[in-house]
Design a protein around this ligand. Sequence first.
Ligand code: ATP
Length: 512
Amino acid sequence: MTQEDLFKKIVSHCKEYGFIFQSSELYDGLSAVYDYGQNGVELKNNIKEYWWKAMVQLNEEVVGLDSAIFMHPTIWKASGHVDAFNDPLIDNKDSKKRYRADVLIEDHIEKFNDKINKEVEKARKRFGDAFNEEQFRSTNQRVLDYQAKMDAVKARFVKALEDNDLDGIRQIIIDEGIVCPISGTKNWTEVRQFNLMFDTKLGSVAEGANTIYLRPETAQGIFVNYLNVQKTGRMKIPFGIAQIGKAFRNEIVARQFIFRMREFEQMEMQYFVKPGTELEWFEKWREKRLKWHKALGMGDNKYRWHKHDKLAHYANAAYDIEFDFPFGFKEIEGIHSRTNFDLSQHQQFSGKKIQYFDNEANEAYTPYVVETSIGLDRMFLSIISSAYCEEQVGDETRVVLRIPAPLAPVKVAVLPLVKKDGLPELAEKIMNRLKLNLNCQYEEKDSIGKRYRRQDAIGTPFCITVDHQSAEDGTVTLRHRDTMEQERVSIDDIERIVTEKCDIKNLLRQLM
Ligand code: ATP
């Protein structure tokens, strides 16, 4: 199965099993907006819980916040979003399709990498055990040529971005012969800047109303509450403020399912530090965040670092964690050292002093900020896409979602073998005991095999089958999702066994 086919299957699986629906599907849908169904919302809530507990509960110096989506419009002037939250767009005149010019170039650059990796793999096969990858990469002429070409395009691209040179960006597309994937032609328009913020009107009368924005990131809600939290929480630097919430961006090209949405959710944390110590904290947070991802056990090779070639004007270091999605390695989380840019801007635009008085050093300063910013929906997609698995069982194919047990939407399904002989009543009793603690599902329709498959398809780690023996000796069959193994256990032991495996503590413990 190609990666493209796999991705299509994942998208339709998400719909078929109540994870994700296209928004407004009844009215033919709204582009790049999605609704989370009965299983999707559970998985999403569990990811949020994992993040929140890892950030707020495990770090005593990090506290939470839930700021409003609507904010004073000057905030977006101060943050630079009104003037500079733009993406460069370009249209192909033949296909009439619109693209982000920077993404076209980035994808082109990535192709050089693919070519290099192909050379490396070919050589690995040829040389077998004697293969020295490092030496090959630094000496093979073809690899060196690709690398030189890639570096040259990258350098031109970074310069054009830094100079805000839209003609220069277009020229790279022309010179590199980048074609529209749909029409296959190089018939491109000029490159234009497009602001990604949605606006709306505050107040009931349109004429007298103020234009306000739907926040394009949650971070500014944290910055403008820095003083409130620091003072009321008597916070000592270094400390952090974490927030989960919706963000909105009028993305030029919305594709790849929930990877790029117009309404999405972010989980962000701003960590306020003493100036001069920011790079130290930046490294610490990079390490912590990667550990958080890896604890899920989806495979360490699924992650890689991407260092920003072009830093935002306010940043002095920035890395992304990229995940190996079915459509390649793409950003899932950004870790940025944002200096004191945001707080200083808000100080200037509001006219109010935003500082911290350091009692020990007996000095006041504007704190520097290290930010961790992860997209909840991208995280969701990473989990679903690495969990999705088709395997041959006898002469049928079983689709199973190997979601880490603590994040699984349903932890345990309670299934009476037949709909009579008092088995449903006993199953209900078990269910009533378990549901105080765990999200359970009760199912009595269809054969037991079919019911197991349905639970596999939504990633339920355990199924309990209540049969005639259960009524006699108080035991049930416990079936494990991943191995399909079945064991006979006492009804009194179920809660302990399931809780042990599904407890979020299993993930959190790995972060200590
Ligand atoms: P990209 O380069 O992919 O547009 P970005 O660098 O603009 O992303 P940030 O501004 O750093 O993204 O936002 C932080 C995180 O928010 C990203 O790492 C990503 O997980 C998530 N995110 C950003 N834009 C979207 C979107 N349109 N849909 C879903 N998630 C998003």
